[in-house]
Design a protein around this ligand. Structure first.
Ligand code: BDR
Ligand code: CA
Length: 317
């Protein structure tokens, strides 16, 4: 199996991603690290520990990470994820504590200890990952690639042009993009499209297995398109879990290697991922010279049926 580490802000859809990673036979989830995002970091740690217990994986180490972005204050998304950050489903409190080392130390330890290069799957603001890359740059030698949920080629959600994870900590995202390791951007363009239909959600909710049932409850809580009322009762988007699908089954995603830059200037474009899809250079390159940008494998299309099938088959296993 592919060794993976998820860095998350659990989070309804982060929880869906954890359930998939725990149950997929092709993935070896070696650790989970937590960061402030959808809710405060202690809430994220609590939610993450609970989800892993419900999924039957209570031994995976969980690290508590950054309480706030590098520069901005934390700005939680409780309107999307509920007051507990996970849909207010009334889940039990976890029975164990997180690891006795912080997220960055845990990431370094697990990456360097892995016999095979690790794939990192950040599904949250990139604060922990940026701190890791700046504190322990030697980890890149044992990172296969980083598949992150974040950014958007077209339309944003936190602002008209910025996606939440990048908007929450734009400087951290900029550090990630220039890390010098292969990066796949699973952005909103594909994120929004992978939706599980109501009958399937209904079946999951009726399961006798606690992990499968939890997936159903979480999906029922997910809007089909973020911020809007669900189109069909109970249908729900996979959200962050799609980034895990992209690691387990890369052939379901169509990507293109494109220059990507994060807008860092204050103002309406802050946090936007500017993806250069032009076929040829424009006036700015002609007059001002070529600017160097990180090349990122950007997800442009997704095979929705394939990823929904992958998700259902795995969590119902
Ligand atoms: C991202 O923001 C969070 O609310 C979700 O968990 C997802 O990671 C989508 O913009
Ligand atoms: Ca998330």
């Amino acid at each position: 199996p592919i060794p993976v580490i998820i860095d998350c802000d659990t989070g309804v859809d982060d929880a869906l991603a954890l359930l998939l990673a725990v149950r997929h036979p092709g993935l070896d989830l070696r650790a989970v690290t937590c960061v402030a995002g959808n809710t405060d970091v202690d809430g994220v740690v609590r939610n993450t520990l609970t989800v892993l217990e419900q999924a039957g994986a209570p031994d995976i180490p969980v690290g508590r990470g950054a309480e706030r972005p590098l520069i901005e204050p934390a700005r939680p998304a409780r309107h999307v994820h509920g007051s507990d950050g996970m849909g207010d489903l009334g889940l039990p409190a976890p029975t164990r504590a997180p690891a006795d080392v912080d997220a960055v130390t845990l990431l370094r330890r697990e990456i360097l200890a892995s016999p095979r290069p690790v794939t990192l799957i950040p599904t949250a603001p990139l604060t922990n990952i940026a701190l890791l890359l700046r504190t322990h740059p030697e980890v890149t030698r044992n990172i296969e690639r980083i598949v992150f949920m974040g950014g958007a080629v077209a339309v944003g959600n936190a602002t008209p042009v910025a996606e939440f994870n990048v908007w929450h900590d734009p400087e951290a995202a900029a550090i990630l993009l220039t890390a010098g390791v292969p990066i796949t951007m699973y952005g909103l363009d594909v994120f929004m499209r992978v939706v599980v239909d109501a009958p399937d959600v209904h079946r999951l909710r009726a399961s006798s297995d606690p992990g499968t049932r939890l997936a159903g409850e979480l999906l029922a809580h997910r809007p089909t398109t973020q911020g809007e009322a669900p189109e069909a009762e109970e249908a729900g988007g996979l959200g962050d879990a799609g980034a895990v699908c992209a690691v387990a089954d890369p052939a379901g995603l169509t990507t293109r290697l494109l220059p990507v830059e994060v807008s860092l200037a204050p103002g309406p474009a802050r946090g936007q991922t500017i993806v250069d899809r032009r076929p040829r250079p424009g006036e700015s390159e002609i007059h001002e010279g070529k600017r160097e940008h990180a090349l990122v494998d950007v997800a442009l299309e997704v095979d929705v049926d394939r990823y929904v099938k992958l998700y259902l088959e795995t969590v119902e296993r």
